[in-house]
Design a protein around this ligand. Structure first.
Ligand code: SAH
Length: 340
């Protein structure tokens, strides 16, 4: 039986029509689920009894479960258990512009980036749209807040779970759904090039972030195996296509790894790679993972790297080290849990 939270409005309309129901029921259900927070078909007051039985015979409305929370001043981290016992996490960051939630897209990840905790555990399976949507719903209701921004930057590679991510975006972006504006939704990829083209065509104004981390192929292939399948030339071509199609600015994420990708030479390589592209660079302080061979670049050295980029008139920011008190780096809470 399908979980009702899996379905964008149009898909729900089609399913209902196939069950002999009127199309407008879908809008009514969406309002109950996403506006009024009702999670039981029997409480949907404007839906007649016969339709309620049809709904409950054809759809379930089950939730994933919050099993652990950690918090500090500006970050709250949640560990969830899925129906099959797998665990995923989401992190809520209080920003000056609102509540930004970082959601997971897969259980584990197969991309194998050498510095990343999630990649050590390999992909177990893709998340269904309902399992991503409910990360938002459960945290909103737990904290009694509204999530204003969503970043798909938690565990997993979203473009390795493309169709479900698109359905998830349709649900949260729809005015009758969670109504989170396209410009408040960001998808981050390690560089699955064919999906960048599809994304540019499919979803319009959703923000795209690229985990770049190195601006030469040799270093990037060492850090991120995906670069062996799609090198920087192909990646940049796809990024330019996305910008041309959407007119949106792309974010390049760049983790600062001490002695690996953080020298002046690396800064200049980065500048020549992205010069002239409508983008900004987000320098990310590395979050050290237990027993890892990498260390974080010092703040002084990050500032130096930042200054070089800035002097070359490229927009650049340094990510605030939010949430370092709550194992906020990708996959860390889940992996602490696995070791227990
Ligand atoms: N697979 C997608 C999204 C998930 S990873 C992607 O690669 O973009 C989200 C971001 O966290 C990526 O930029 C990733 O490279 C980064 N990241 C992974 N491990 C990290 C760590 N230990 N410290 C800081 N950032 C990390």
């Amino acid at each position: 039986m399908e979980n009702i939270f899996n379905l964008p409005l149009e898909k729900l309309e089609n399913k209902l029509e196939n069950l002999g129901e009127k199309k407008f029921r879908a809008t009514q259900i969406f309002e109950w689920l996403y506006k009024k927070g009702v999670s039981n078909f029997f409480d949907m007051k404007n839906i007649k009894k016969e339709s309620v039985s049809i709904l409950s015979e054809n759809f379930n409305i089950d939730f994933i479960k919050i099993i652990q929370k950690q918090s500090d001043k500006d970050a709250k981290k949640y560990l969830f258990e899925l129906e099959d016992g797998n665990k995923i996490e989401a992190v809520l960051l209080k920003q000056n512009y609102g509540n930004s939630l970082c959601v997971s897209s897969q259980v584990g990840c197969s991309m194998g980036c050498v510095f990343c905790e999630s990649g050590k555990n390999k992909r177990v399976r893709n998340l269904k749209p309902f399992e991503i949507v409910q990360q938002i719903l459960l945290i909103e209701s737990d904290l009694n807040i509204r999530v204003s921004h969503v970043v798909v930057m938690g565990i997993g590679e979203p473009f390795d779970n493309y169709d479900n991510i698109i359905d998830f975006i349709k649900i949260i972006n729809h005015p009758k759904g969670l109504d989170i504006g396209a410009r408040h939704i960001t998808v981050s990829t390690c560089g699955v090039v064919p999906k960048i083209y599809e994304f540019a065509e499919d979803v319009g104004q959703i923000n795209l972030a690229i985990s770049l981390h190195a601006a030469n192929d040799e270093l990037r292939s060492y850090l991120m195996p995906i670069n062996k399948a799609y090198n920087l030339r192909e990646l940049m071509k796809a990024v330019k296509f996305y910008i041309q199609k959407t007119n949106r600015r792309v974010t390049f994420e760049y983790i600062m790894l001490d002695g690996v990708n953080d020298s002046e030479k690396h800064a200049h390589e980065l500048i020549s790679l992205i010069r002239g592209i409508n983008c900004y660079v987000n320098l990310i302080p590395y979050n050290k993972v237990n027993g890892d061979k990498f260390s974080a670049t010092s703040s002084e050295k990050i500032m130096k790297f930042y200054d070089i980029i800035k002097k070359n008139k490229i927009n650049v920011t340094i990510r605030k080290e939010l949430g370092s008190g709550v194992s906020a780096a990708c996959g860390q809470l889940r992996s602490e849990h696995r070791e227990e």
